[in-house]
Design a protein around this ligand. Structure first.
Ligand SMILES: [Zn+2]
Length: 147
């Protein structure tokens, strides 16, 4: 469940790490070293974070979809002005860069290439993204205009 939230936060442009099996101390040390805000559903971990002087948010178990949840968190942290949609790879958190369409001939299906003007590529994992129908829905959720 929090994995989907992490993807949503990345799509909004937030540098978001997602820990699955790391020990608490490793998570806290990373947050401290990189000045990260800890989002957790684990009360014990949040209490430890407070002890370390870290900013943290305890995520209640709620039936909100990840988008509503993400927007609620961003608003609660007063980070609405920091939303930079599609600047982070939802898959790996790597930064994205716009790539000229011509550079992607042969790298995306001709159907996709012919139907899209804008492409971005993750600098970390190389994943190629384009403005599909899901992006239009995301823009609507974030209240953004189409470019
Ligand atoms: Zn990536």
């Amino acid at each position: 469940m929090l994995g989907r939230l992490a993807r949503v936060l990345r799509i909004m442009g937030f540098d978001t790490l997602y820990f699955r099996s790391e020990r608490d101390i490793e998570i806290l040390a990373r947050c401290l070293k990189e000045s990260r805000i800890l989002l957790t559903a684990d009360r014990h971990l949040q209490a430890l974070a407070k002890g370390w002087g870290l900013r943290s948010v305890l995520l209640p178990s709620e039936k909100l979809d990840p988008w509503s949840r993400g927007l609620k968190i961003i608003k609660g942290l007063n980070l609405e002005g920091c939303v930079t949609p599609f600047s982070r790879c939802p898959k790996c958190n790597g930064p994205m860069e716009t790539v000229p369409r011509e550079d992607l001939v042969g790298f995306v299906h001709p159907y996709v290439w012919n139907r899209n003007k804008y492409f971005v590529v993750c600098k970390e994992c190389g994943q190629i993204y384009w403005e599909g129908s899901h992006v239009k829905r995301i823009r609507e959720k974030l209240g953004l205009e189409h470019p």
